[in-house]
Design a protein around this ligand. Structure first.
Ligand SMILES: [Zn+2]
Ligand SMILES: [Zn+2]
Length: 363
């Protein structure tokens, strides 16, 4: 049986997204059919619409989601119908060279569903990040479903599926923030605020939020930043030094994706400290630094893909922190919206008015 559902589709580059009928097949071997309960609006969805990821239009957007497994393929044992799951785009293969070397968070061959979802006329859809969850139901690889405690609100839990996990992991895993560390986060949107929360969760004692927008600095403080720096009013490198006894932060997280901001993060860290790059740059951006400064300052410069997370390890753990009141995932949910409102939500996201707009089904 094919499931006929509504989904948000980007048909061509730059065109507004629209709600269309999507045909979702029954799960085959290795697959799971998920009834989506909530799905956050992420910059990556907009990048797909703009043609910034690839040209495989039409796309079925949405990828930060939680829902209930409705059915699984014949050979699937990792999840079962009725499980409450957060969807992930890192279903590790266990066999590629990264997995075989014990670094599955770099997996180069992550699993997606093998069957295709289509439009009513049979046109094959490309699901965003192999998920496509701005739809009442979606088909994914079973490994893309991570069961978590069903006591969590779907609209909060689903956010772990992408941006919030990227920020938390940038601090916790890529930056390896340790108890007593000082951390500076450059850019306090959704990902940056999550990095602030991750630094707090990992035991950092000094957490500095840096941004140009006073509203975002307020948000950073609400997630536990111990100090904030308005980079439109003072030199952020000087300010971070001043707030860290003159030496710079142990870990600086760049959450914007901008060469100027990267440079600030680079010079604001302590000797032998770590710079984590989690903001996504555009192809034309260039880094230019005196090579002697790279060598002379030692430490680490590390890109962070999806926060170096392992969904099966991290999602249940972070949901437990959330349910125990130590990680405020609800605060990332600025508003809940209907499927038809995704296009307008892109605008609010671009203008920096929201951390996350979250599509909620069955409202
Ligand atoms: Zn692998
Ligand atoms: Zn995302």
């Amino acid at each position: 049986m094919v499931h006929e559902v509504k989904g948000v589709v980007a048909r061509k580059r730059g065109a507004p997204v629209e709600v269309a009928t999507v045909l979702v097949p029954e799960p085959g071997p290795g697959e799971a059919l998920v009834r989506v309960q909530a799905c956050g609006v992420c910059h990556t969805d907009l990048h797909y619409r703009e043609g910034g990821i690839n040209d495989d239009f039409p796309f079925l957007l949405g990828h930060e989601a939680a829902g209930l497994v409705e059915a699984v393929g014949p050979d699937v044992s990792s999840v079962a119908a009725g499980d409450f799951v957060v969807l992930n785009w890192r279903a590790v293969c266990g066999q590629c060279r990264a997995c075989r070397r014990g670094r599955p968070w770099y997996c180069f061959a992550t699993h997606n569903a093998s069957q295709k979802m289509t439009l009513a006329d049979g046109t094959v859809l490309s699901p965003a990040l192999g998920i496509g969850a701005f739809a009442e139901k979606t088909l994914v690889a079973a490994g893309q479903c991570t069961p978590v405690d069903p006591a969590a609100r779907p609209e909060a839990a689903g956010l772990l599926g992408c941006g919030v996990m990227a920020g938390l992991g940038a601090a916790m895993w890529t930056g390896q923030v340790a108890p007593g560390d000082s951390v500076a986060v450059f850019g306090c949107g959704g990902v940056g605020c999550a990095a602030v929360a991750g630094a707090v969760l990992a035991g950092a004692t000094t957490v500095i939020g840096v941004d140009l927008d006073p509203r975002k600095l307020e948000l950073a403080a609400s997630f536990g930043a111990t100090a904030v720096v308005d980079a439109s009013r003072e030199d952020p490198v000087e300010a971070v030094r001043r707030l860290t006894s003159g030496v710079g932060a142990d870990v600086c997280v760049e959450a914007v994706g901008n060469p100027k901001v990267f440079e600030q993060a680079f010079y604001a860290r302590d000797l032998a400290g770590t710079v984590v790059q989690v903001g996504v740059p555009t192809p034309e951006m260039r880094l230019e630094l005196p090579m002697i400064d790279f060598f002379g300052r030692g430490g680490r410069l590390k890109p962070s893909w999806y926060g170096d997370c392992l969904p099966s390890r991290d999602f249940p753990m972070l949901i437990d922190h959330y349910l125990h009141g130590r990680l405020d995932l609800d605060r990332f949910v600025s508003e809940t919206i209907a499927l038809e409102e995704v296009e307008e939500a892109f605008g609010r996201m671009e203008r920096g008015e929201v951390l996350r707009s979250v599509v909620v089904f069955d409202r």
